[in-house]
Design a protein around this ligand. Structure first.
Ligand SMILES: *Cc1c(COP(=O)(O)O)cnc(C)c1O
Length: 232
């Protein structure tokens, strides 16, 4: 837990510094803790230290932890790949699904949300590196995709999310982040009905300061907060 305190202070400081370098206010950046493999008690400790937002990747893992989590004090989101048949388990438990990349998935989130009398936030995941194995809508299909889902009554399009290709060249990575930011700004400028561009979710432990400098409003940080993941 002491390690978390140190990590958390450092990550917050790095966020603040990156924001300042970009001429932005640190408060504009939401830190979402990526909590896959992290036990509920550790997550609750982190919430007690001020963490306000967390994201889980796997439906079963989220359900296993759900009852134990201090949800009153923390916004819970879903950031992993999601199969349509598992949507029903998430609705009412997460405020946002950040990985929406098919009309079928959007339809199901909307349908289940409506049935529960809710509106669920969604971010459209963009496959900015056009990687075959990765989820996300291709950049050239993004506008049409948003147009296809924006009027579904049970969802609210809140922004964009991406996981860029793994790459240690800063210039290449920042080109991906800047391209995402341009889509985000351009779509916002269109003022499309039922489309808010209020979250641009990008940047993880290895690259969140760069993502912030390129315009991220939300960073998803796991191992830099909780240490290296141990998979069972
Ligand atoms: C695990 C995960 C993260 C955080 O990764 P770290 O490198 O541990 O910070 C961010 N986004 C998604 C979608 C993830 O699955």
């Amino acid at each position: 837990m002491a390690a978390f305190d140190e990590n958390y202070a450092r990550v917050k400081e790095e966020i603040a510094q990156a924001a300042r370098r970009a001429g932005r206010a640190p408060e504009e950046i939401t830190l979402l803790a990526a909590t896959k493999t992290v036990p509920a008690e550790t997550i609750n400790y982190a919430i007690g230290r001020g963490l306000t937002c967390l994201g889980e990747n796997r439906v079963q893992e989220l359900l296993d932890k759900y009852e134990a989590l201090d949800k009153e004090n923390c916004d819970l989101q879903f950031i992993g790949r999601l199969q349509t048949n598992k949507v029903k388990y998430l609705i009412g438990k997460v405020s946002c699904v950040q990985s929406v990349d098919s009309v079928r998935l959007a339809v199901e989130i909307s349908r289940q949300s409506e049935r529960a009398g809710l509106v669920t936030g969604v971010l459209v995941q963009v496959n900015i590196g056009k990687e075959a194995q990765k989820g996300g809508v291709l950049p050239e299909a993004l506008l049409e995709f948003i147009d296809q889902i924006r009027e579904f009554p049970g969802i609210r399009v809140d922004g964009l999310m991406t996981v860029p290709p793994i790459c240690d060249k800063k210039s290449v990575l920042s080109a991906y982040f800047l391209a995402m930011h341009k889509y985000y700004v351009d779509i916002a400028a269109k003022k499309i009905d039922n489309v808010n561009m209020r979250s641009l979710s990008m940047g993880m432990s290895s690259d969140f300061p760069l993502a912030i400098e390129c315009g991220a409003t939300m960073v998803r940080v796991g191992s830099s907060l909780f240490g290296a993941r141990q998979y069972a």
